[in-house]
Design a protein around this ligand. Sequence first.
Ligand code: TXE
Length: 481
Amino acid sequence: MQKIKNYINGELIEPIGKEYIDNYNPSIGKVYSFIPDSDERDVELATQAALKAFSTWSITPKEERSRILLKISELIEKNLERLAIAESIDNGKPVSLARMVDIPRAASNFHFYATAILHDASESHSMEDSAINYTLRTPVGVAGCISPWNLPLYLFTWKIAPAIASGNCVVAKPSEITPMTAYLLSELCIEAGLPKGVLNIVHGYGHKVGASITAHPKIPLISFTGGTKTGAEIARVAAPMFKKLSLELGGKNPNIIFADCDFEKMIKTTLNSSFANQGQICLCGSRIFIERSIYEKFKTEFVSRVKKMKVGNPADAESKLGAVVSKQHMEKVLSYVELAKQEGGTVLCGGVQVKLEKEFSEGYYIAPTVIEGLDYNCRTNQEEIFGPVVTLTPFDTEEEVLMYANSTQYGLASILWTENLTRAHCMAGNLHSGIVWINCWLLRDLRTPFGGVKGSGVGREGGFEALHFFTEPKNVCIKLK
Ligand code: TXE
């Protein structure tokens, strides 16, 4: 069985400790490869390589950096099918989703930042005839990038691309649950001619490799996407070291549906915003609020379509849902269904593990689940479940549904369905979230600021926000006479 390797100083090498971790294929519930169980010695090796490469990479002309990132983007596109299959096997998601969303977005991430650096500019401020100021934005040095298992290559490259595009070098750690496409990316970076040490990928556990990256004195910046609890732990370690932090954390996003919406468009999109990637996207709308006058109509139509969504072999084009990412995660999600029942909820469909035939019988499959009859402030409606589980709650007024929507510790994304323009703009202004989608979901322009408020994180990714995060601004003021 394949043993993947760390990517350090331009080479694919074994972990110093020669230890490995089992890597599961969640669709069959079996180990299919091994990943390095790296430790702080491997992180040290990677950091030294990054520091060494930084002196050259940081002064490499942006046109040359752009050329190499474009090459990486092209190679991802060229290897799309291989990467999509690898992503699906590693994460359990339908290969159709990986082919349509995950891998193309990874290519776009490199392509976007390869061109953004050619057009970025910094400010100057004239003090009439007495002085002139100009702002320099220089790369910070070695960036630590730590990413999660739900959109493995998509989120991994969303950090790495702007970091290296802006002249930094990187020590990166993908989730130990889904390391495969990060490993395949290493091979593509070598093929693209990325200079050694610019990107270093160290595989292993969060509490070992992730914690070591976070605490390393020579890594002045951490970009993290993952759970809110882990984000708080990273902040606890990094803050006293005055590290720059970007934390993209969990979400418990409201999907607010008014009676005047375009019903067919809304229901089709809501199936997707509820269950895409088995509900394992921090942007999913897991709390669905429906104006009372259409509640029964929505419930009947929505549940009947959910029941038709095929849960199956991720390689099967018909599968709408594949396996959730791990046995532990399946048990966590199912435990929330039990909690919902204890809190007075009624399961309208799903709520159980799906047992498939033959080699898939040991896979981690959950039926898409719809629950009604819960209070807006019960645990099921306040805590991130991060699986194919949504709740339905009726509302009567805008004030009421705003209070429900804003009632959690999270504030990442909101979804709003209405044809009333005034209401759309007013609600958007009053929703406590970093992103508001109106009559759509997951429509993404990479130039826009991406991130959340409250327990959903700190800072923003995307566009020039990311380039500014990965650089330090310096003001130079020159006296004119
Ligand atoms: O994330 P973790 P997990 C949410 C979702 C999920 C929960 C936990 O609710 O159930 O987070 O998921 C590394 N120092 N989201 O366990 O633990 C870890 O190895 C440094 C939302 O996957 O946060 C992995 O690479 N690093 C999220 C990364 O952090 C540490 C997407 C994420 O792992 C570490 C995923 C430490 N002490 C989960 N401990 C989103 N916003 O999209 C772990 N890691």
